[in-house]
Design a protein. Structure first.
Length: 65
């Protein structure tokens, strides 16, 4: 695996997402040299696309493809 895309569900029946789930996944990706992309997350009750996590936008992606 070389890329993980993470994001909260959207829509009427979306299940809640804990910020620590994204943080933990980001940390695991860093330890495994895997690219991490945080697509969307609820911030203060609003769905935010490309949110900051720990002061950084996580939009890493593998080159080439």
């Amino acid at each position: 695996m070389d890329w993980v895309i993470c994001g909260a569900e959207s829509g009427y029946n979306a299940r809640p997402m804990q910020i620590n789930w994204a943080r933990n996944l980001k940390d695991q990706c860093g330890e495994a040299n895997v690219y991490f992309f945080l697509k969307q997350m609820n911030v203060d009750g609003k769905l935010v696309k490309m949110p900051e996590l720990d002061g950084h936008k996580w939009n890493e992606y593998p080159m080439g493809g």
